[in-house]
Write a protein that binds this ligand. Sequence first.
Ligand code: ZN
Length: 377
Amino acid sequence: MKRRIASHYALIDSRLERNIIVEVEDSGRISAIERTEDIDRCAGVEFYPGILIPAMINAHSHLELAYLRGAIAEGSGFAGFARAIGQVRGNYTPEERIHAAEVADARMWEEGIAAVMDIANDDLVMDVKRRSKIEYHTLFEHFGINNNDVERLESLTKRYPLSSVTPHSTYSVNDSSYRRIATTGQAPLSIHFEESDDERALYRHEGSLWEWYERMGWECDFLDYGTPAARIVASTPRHRRVALIHATRVTEADIVAIEAHFDIKPTWVVCPESNRYISRLTPPMALLRSKTCEIAIGTDSLASARSLSMVDNMRQLGDIPLAELLTYATRGGARALGIDDRLGSIEVGKCPGLVILRGADLQSLRLTPESETYRII
Ligand SMILES: [Zn+2]
């Protein structure tokens, strides 16, 4: 049995097109994309009001933190947020944490997410991900200025398929651990990057991160690189696929240096809801777009977001053409994970999953407060 599916618009090759019928096999494989003059006259077409898009890719989340929904006050700032996570973490049982992950996972599936680039510190919720219909790529994050024990995470990756190790950031990992991770394997790296001014200030021996490390007596052996961006360029192999998360304080010079270094264009993963929640900063959309960067969207975790809604994040990115926003949320994330040959776009031969965006203004092609997505395949 084949289903023939149509909507007011369909996202095809990063454009919103009218009069498209997508033919799908039982397996979810797209067998044909037809262009017609008059959908109303075509027999056997399921018509859904709205916009037909491939299932989305959430390019940055921490499913294991779902239990912290609402636990940390909004606007506490970058350092305040990190401190608060440490304080509330111990207040929940493993069962509560696993249950919260199950609820968040089910919600993401219904909203139409096909795959997640998911950060983890341990394997508590790996079973939730294994049972999920969503394809999780787990990146175990290494951090700790004095922590050289990359082996702990490497041994976890041997136990779980689709898992790898990544450095947490350019301010929380020492030189040898960073280099070891960056030169091991082929999986994408996901690096929290320039989320606050303190990250760059650290390299000048200033700011609250620097003061905190001074108080703790922690010595950084990577400050001679000069800036977070210069460190990435100097210590990450050119061939590595890299996702840079947040980048709210990135400069044009940083972007130019990083884009010039890598053979595969890096993906800039923006998380506007998380930025709003923590620091009231916004992603550098004008800068990233002016440099024709590859962009994807991450929801981050429920510790720093009201919901894991991709549409809510798109809405917060400002006045950007809808086709472009939808491309960030679909093909952008698939590229970040290197799975764009299978997921993230409506193309014959792929099984991307199909989703309807409803409640958008179909005249102006803009999102409205009522816009939302739901999965049909
Ligand atoms: Zn994160």
